[in-house]
Design a protein around this ligand. Structure first.
Ligand SMILES: *Cc1c(COP(=O)(O)O)cnc(C)c1O
Length: 438
């Protein structure tokens, strides 16, 4: 399969190049030339398949032409060595728990898949000493670092802003050792991102080092997120064997920041997954909702909220949404609706849901749950994507419910490790010098 750029100046790119490059040269995002519809029999018997089997079928539709079957199967099975259960929360509302991976956030799915696929291509090219640079404001760094941990021939540099990520997030990428190096940048997330970008633009660096990126716009991180939409449908079918085809058409509600997760869901729908409609749930950063309401897209600086992984003022995957719907505002609004909540509303929802149902949401999931509570019709079933474990936002969640939150074993293990990071100035020259002296 070939890939084209959303800016339309570049096309015919191989999967390998799209994955290694990340972003197209015209600064657009890569899109697959076509989205294959899966056969009806797949949906008729999907509830008899495991998550890994379902994911492999979906992965084959995207990557089967470019990756040998055995290798692709290994990548998929290895990536998804954890469950993504669908849990009933209240009335006709279900939670798709995406936080059972190693770093307890949904980004594990894309991060693990991309690291393995990149490792596969690098091995094929016979490359050694590939350096992956990734800037993080929290969750991305840990998912990517854990995904690449121990992968031969690849070294990962995680750049993060000093003092601006939560202690739990920080220990998830600073205690790993091996082929992971954490760089603690004396600046903001934007400074980290600027350093990474400058490194990719620097001719001298690129002539001496093999550099690649692991950001969220990479097709290998984004497409695998469609796997679990199919698995959610399969679980819905097995929980309710008597539901008619109409009733099985679910409303998916996705807490959204950069819109990668929801865009993967839109791809799943194009592949034939029965979906009634999507809701993009936002915190106060409501640029997408504004677009739906006015048909004007006006990015603006993000404001910080308690659902901080969604504090995005210019969602990068919006370009993919536009491309998918051929820039038709009407087509977009017919399949996707939006909503935005304040921190007070998020906290109130988290607290109320916990006291009424004993289900503990994280601040991002709370945005999704509330949207379904308000927007679901009685005849509909709704699934919100629970994108992270509540313990990742310990102080916030404990403050809201007034109770201690149990920290999962997996998270405790990270916290035991010794933090190791190198201090780094936000000036490019010193970052460059460091890389050149490696
Ligand atoms: C990244 C993230 C999101 C937003 O996902 P997008 O794909 O950027 O829309 C939501 N919740 C959590 C916990 C995240 O880490």
């Amino acid at each position: 399969m070939k890939y084209y750029s959303t800016n339309k100046k570049i096309s015919g790119v191989s999967l390998q190049d799209a994955v290694v490059k990340g972003l197209a040269e015209d600064k657009g995002l890569f899109m697959p030339d076509n989205i294959k519809r899966l056969p009806q029999e797949f949906f008729d018997t999907i509830e008899t398949l495991s998550f890994q089997e379902i994911a492999y079928t979906v992965a084959d539709a995207f990557f089967g032409e470019d990756v040998e079957a055995e290798a692709l199967k290994e990548i998929v099975y290895d990536t998804l060595n954890f469950d993504v259960p669908l849990v009933h929360v209240n009335d006709n509302i279900y939670s798709l728990e995406l936080y059972h991976g190693p770093t307890l956030a949904f980004k594990d799915v894309g991060g693990r898949f991309m690291s393995r696929l990149l490792g596969y291509f690098i091995k094929k090219q016979g490359e050694k000493n590939v350096n992956v640079l990734v800037a993080t404001s929290g969750d991305t760094g840990s998912a990517v670092a854990n995904g690449f941990l121990g992968v031969e021939g690849i070294h990962v540099y995680v750049l993060y802003p000093k003092g601006l990520v939560s202690p739990i997030q920080e220990c998830q990428f600073t205690t790993l050792g091996q082929n992971i190096t954490a760089l603690e940048v004396d600046g903001t997330f934007d400074d980290c991102q600027a350093l990474v970008k400058a490194a990719f633009m620097d001719e001298e660096l690129n002539s001496k080092l093999k550099l690649t990126s692991a950001n969220s716009i990479n097709v290998a991180r984004f497409l695998p997120q469609s796997f679990y939409y199919f698995y959610a449908y399969a679980q819905m079918k097995s929980i309710h064997p008597k539901l008619t085809a109409d009733e099985l058409e679910t409303v998916f509600c996705v807490p959204s920041g950069n819109f990668g997760n929801i865009t993967a869901g839109l791809f799943a729908m194009r592949m034939g997954l029965p979906v009634k409609r999507f809701i993009a749930a936002n915190n106060r950063n409501d640029i997408f909702l504004q677009y739906l309401q006015t048909s004007e897209y006006k990015p603006r600086p993000s404001v910080s909220t308690i659902a901080n992984a969604m504090d995005v003022g210019d969602p990068s995957n919006f370009a993919r949404v536009l491309d998918l719907y051929e820039h038709s505002h009407k087509a977009i609004t017919s399949e996707i609706s939006g909503v935005s909540y304040t921190d007070e509303q998020i906290a109130e929802t988290l607290k109320k849901c916990y006291s009424e149902t004993e289900y503990l949401l994280d601040p991002h999931g709370a945005v999704g749950y509330r949207a379904l509570e308000e927007m679901l019709q009685e005849s509909e079933n709704g699934i919100f994507l629970e994108t992270a474990h509540p313990a990742k936002f310990l102080e916030t969640v404990e403050g809201i419910i007034g109770e201690k939150v149990e920290i999962p074993q997996k998270l405790q293990e990270f916290m035991k490790g010794e933090k190791k990071s190198l201090p780094m100035s936000k000036e490019f020259e010193s970052f460059k010098k460091y890389l050149l002296e490696l």
